[in-house]
Write a protein that binds this ligand. Structure first.
Ligand SMILES: *Cc1c(COP(=O)(O)O)cnc(C)c1O
Length: 462
């Protein structure tokens, strides 16, 4: 179905099975939130009305994918479903070799251990929590080389996922190309607010890295969403299909880590995909230690089948237009209501600018964490902090990393909620924004050592 210009889009599916949602009272939510240490990660999903914590593993599978689940070949070695998955990855993404893993971070672990030496530098278009941690655990140091616009929530630059090539080349000259095994290039950039990189920038990045013999490792978690933005915004791509653009992106890179729980429409799964046979051989050996045999990695046969089908659906133009369209619908509603959000609206969620919403709360009192807590109290909508709590501590000094962006992420699961849910969310966020002066912030009372945002506990500042 091609959309008629200037008419609305609608979901390219109809609903065959429903899952009930539970509503509760503000009084109940006050207790639930206190029990959860004011951390939305620690709430029970039973106590959440609309769950926007993450788009990771929360997508609705299609009837085809569920049928695929019934086709699981649960053989220990050489499962039918592995070969289907391998063929699908080769077909849509073009990478030669694939190693299934239980999710994205396992692929990051393996590639980091293989390619990084102690003392290496890993430039990237902003960091992602698990990616950076695996680089550090392998002895490397992450260096942010994203364009400056990405750190400015109000810049309306279209491709805030772009890499500043001058920054990158300066780093190469300063440290030496032999200290930089690869550039980590994410499509789209999660921590910047779900912002895309342009094809033009990626082509220039390929040229620069080839000149110095540096690899590009593609964090392809949301590659279809990035491809859609290229199709919509970049000159010369309006007539290409999302699938064609996805392939063009992958062809400009050397290897990829994939969290299939996002773009690829499955509840669990991921993979490492590489072109270089020598790297593949090492990875295939390592996966046996940490995940499982190389023809299942961390996945059941049925899950590999659902993933192969999910990849095919994820690059479909009608699907991706409705997926990103729903996020844009919510984002534009909030913009119209005057709520400070990261602009342009990203592809997998709307990011509220907690610094502007709570200018009176210092970063030491975790404004984004406090805002996410308040939205839950108001309506049972669960969001997530992406600010100083997520940024963690500096590995050398032990002090908080203070990111410029202090955000609350309203992440939209794929094919799960309707436009009416988006309206309810927008009304709640608007109400909280209008009453934001009453929010005082939080103090941290328990802090785990790694990836603290998942398990930290807080108390309100009185
Ligand atoms: C989720 C995510 C990962 C990690 O994947 P998991 O499947 O959660 O382990 C890596 N990079 C990005 C950009 C992500 O969004």
């Amino acid at each position: 179905m091609k959309r008629i210009k200037n008419r609305s889009w609608a979901e390219p599916y109809k609903i065959k099975m429903v899952e009930p949602l539970f509503m509760n009272t503000r009084q109940q939510r006050e207790k639930f939130l206190m029990d959860a240490g004011y951390n939305t990660f620690l709430l029970k999903s039973r106590d959440v009305y609309i769950d926007l914590l993450t788009d990771s593993g929360t997508s609705a599978m299609s009837d085809r994918q569920w049928a695929g689940i019934m086709m699981g070949d649960e053989s220990y070695a050489g499962s039918e479903n592995f070969y289907h998955l391998e063929e699908t990855v080769q077909n849509y993404y073009g990478y030669k070799h694939i190693i299934p893993t239980h999710q994205g971070r396992a692929a990051e672990h393996i590639i980091s251990q293989i390619l990084i030496k102690k003392g290496d530098f890993l430039p990237g278009n902003m960091y992602f929590t698990t990616t950076r941690l695996h680089q550090e655990l392998a002895g490397g140091t992450f260096v942010d080389v994203i364009v400056d616009e990405a750190h400015d929530a109000n810049s309306e630059f279209k491709f805030k996922g772009n890499i500043n090539l001058e920054k990158l080349e300066n780093l190469i000259k300063e440290k030496g190309a032999d200290k930089i095994p690869y550039v980590c290039m994410a499509t789209t950039v999660n921590m910047a607010g779900g912002q895309p990189i342009s094809m033009q920038n990626l082509k220039e990045l390929r040229k620069l890295t080839s000149k110095y013999g540096i690899k590009i490792i593609h964090d392809m978690t949301r590659v279809a969403e990035n491809a859609y933005m290229i199709q919509q915004l970049e000159e010369g791509y309006a007539k290409k299909t999302c699938a064609e653009i996805v392939r063009e992106i992958c062809d400009l890179t050397d290897a990829a880590t994939m969290s299939a729980k996002k773009d690829a429409l499955v509840n669990i799964g991921g993979f490492l995909a590489v072109n270089d046979y020598a790297v593949f051989e090492k990875a295939r050996n390592m996966v046996v230690i940490y995940e499982g045999l190389h023809t299942y990695g961390g996945m059941a046969g049925r899950d590999m089948e659902a993933l192969a089908i999910g990849i095919t659906e994820s690059v479909n133009d009608d699907h991706i237009q409705a997926r990103v369209g729903q996020v844009m619908y919510l984002g534009n509603k909030l913009i119209q209501a005057g709520v400070p959000v990261v602009k342009p609206i990203g592809t997998h969620g709307v990011f509220l600018n907690a610094r502007e919403i709570l200018p009176h709360v210092s970063q030491d009192n975790f404004p984004a964490q406090a805002l996410a807590a308040e939205i839950y109290l108001d309506s049972g909508v669960r969001a997530m902090e992406r600010g100083v709590v997520s940024a963690g501590r500096n590995i050398k000094t032990g002090l908080h990393n203070y990111p410029k962006l202090e955000l609350v992420r309203l992440t939209i699961p794929r094919r799960v909620y309707t436009q009416a849910h988006m309206d309810v969310i927008a009304e709640s966020v608007e109400y909280v924004y209008q009453n934001a002066h009453k929010i005082k912030g939080l103090k941290m009372v328990y802090e785990p050592k790694y990836l603290r945002f998942f398990q930290a506990r807080f108390e309100p500042v009185i």
